[in-house]
Design a binder for this molecule. Structure first.
Ligand SMILES: *Cc1c(COP(=O)(O)O)cnc(C)c1O
Length: 384
């Protein structure tokens, strides 16, 4: 079955697994067992959905983008994850992991962050749960993302600058994992996307499944019980796309992930091991992991979740790339035509919908993964 549980060793086809030092194996096994029990416990699942509703603002609506549909000659539906508390889909995952951590008796969360969005989300969930929170962030990103550093501090989290390697996201992940080994007794590692060692890619997808399940029902109501022709989302690590796709994997809908041209792990990457998983990643000829380059800091991840590698390899999903220039146009277009300023990440998926002539006349469901307020300063510098 497509997008079912991975194999017992955490594989989606040939991808995934658990490539971690001996010292982390027990922690991953403990987490896997705890998640498996919690996720089949109706009390835990009900509490998860209650918090997402009362605190997170779910369900998020599906909006008919009438003006833009007319302009493009298709029917565009937007799944509005931008309307969630903290402004993106990320709240689903951090609420799920924080509740699970509490159930496991842990009192502290540790997380990695690149642009700062996942750090802010984790700090939010920690504050809501009365937990301590430590966020590892590359020193370069600490400087570039001063506002998010302050947000995390405001929420009561400690931000730890990482000085190793290129001092960006991939180094922050390594450092967070290293820290976790030492403090696993009372600390949960709240990983930010469908990546890392088993059970993270599976667990994080399950916490985001709510996006796809809601959208499936909402589309059925709009489309006489049918599904859209095409279901699309942007792909960094791949969590918002995995959540959306999981609601449509068993249908006829075409699934399309959209990557930045400068961070196209599925489209241009090669199989390799990074951050505890086997997946596609961007490497140079010597096998060094490359820095991803994109206008959107939230998509600057050189790898991709292993389930996307599997979906691509089996052909159940396809992956497209868009350039920064196309993204900038799409960002302005949605703002003007619909009164919705999208996150630059989400604008990637829209940029592909705008470009691809093959979509004319079709019904397209697009995951609007986040709101663009965080990006207006950057866009003002570019567009003015
Ligand atoms: C973090 C983020 C992404 C990228 O993460 P995925 O795991 O690929 O979903 C996309 N959109 C928004 C708004 C984000 O904050």
């Amino acid at each position: 079955m497509v997008m079912a549980e991975p194999s017992s060793d955490g594989r989606f086809g040939e991808f995934g697994g658990r490539f971690v030092p001996e010292s982390l194996v027990a922690a991953c096994e403990e987490l896997e067992a705890a998640f498996r029990t919690a996720w089949s416990d109706p009390v835990f699942v009900a509490e998860f959905h209650r918090v997402l509703k009362d605190y997170g603002g779910r369900p998020s609506p599906v909006t008919e983008a009438a003006q833009l549909s007319k302009k493009l000659g298709l029917r565009l539906l937007l799944k509005r994850e931008d309307l969630n508390h903290t402004g993106s889909h990320k709240i689903n995952n951090v609420v799920g992991q924080a509740l699970l951590a509490a159930r496991m008796g842990k009192t502290k969360l540790v997380a990695e962050t690149g642009a700062g969005q996942h750090g802010v989300a984790t700090a939010t969930a920690a504050a809501m749960m009365g937990m301590e929170c430590k966020v590892y962030m590359g020193a370069v990103d600490v400087e570039r993302q001063a506002l998010n550093v302050f947000r995390m501090q405001l929420l009561g989290a400690e931000v730890v600058p990482v000085e190793s390697g290129s001092r960006t996201l991939k180094d922050a992940v390594n450092e967070a994992m290293r820290h976790w080994v030492a403090v696993v007794e009372d600390t949960h590692y709240c990983l930010g996307s469908v990546m890392g060692p088993h059970p993270y890619p599976w667990m994080v997808r399950e916490f985001h499944r709510v996006i796809g399940d809601e959208a499936r029902e909402q589309c059925a109501a709009l489309l006489d019980g049918g599904v859209p022709d095409v279901v699309t989302a942007c792909v960094g690590g791949g969590s918002n796309a995995a959540g959306l796709f999981s609601g449509f994997a068993d249908s006829d809908a075409e699934l399309v992930g959209v990557e930045p041209a400068g961070g196209a792990a599925v489209t241009r990457g090669v199989p390799g091991v990074v951050h505890g998983m086997l997946s596609y990643l961007m490497q140079d000829e010597d096998g060094q992991v490359l820095e991803a380059q994109s206008i959107s800091a939230g998509l600057d991840y050189p790898g991709v979740g292993p389930e996307h590698a599997h979906l691509a390899k089996t052909g159940r999903a396809t992956y497209e790339t868009v350039t920064d220039a196309e993204v900038i146009d799409a960002f302005g277009l949605l703002s003007r035509t619909e009164g919705i300023i999208p996150a630059l990440e989400s604008a990637h998926a829209l940029a592909w919908v705008v470009r691809d002539e093959r979509l004319r006349g079709k019904t397209v469901l697009l995951n609007l993964s986040g709101r663009g307020d965080k990006d207006v300063n950057q866009m003002m510098d570019i567009l003015k």
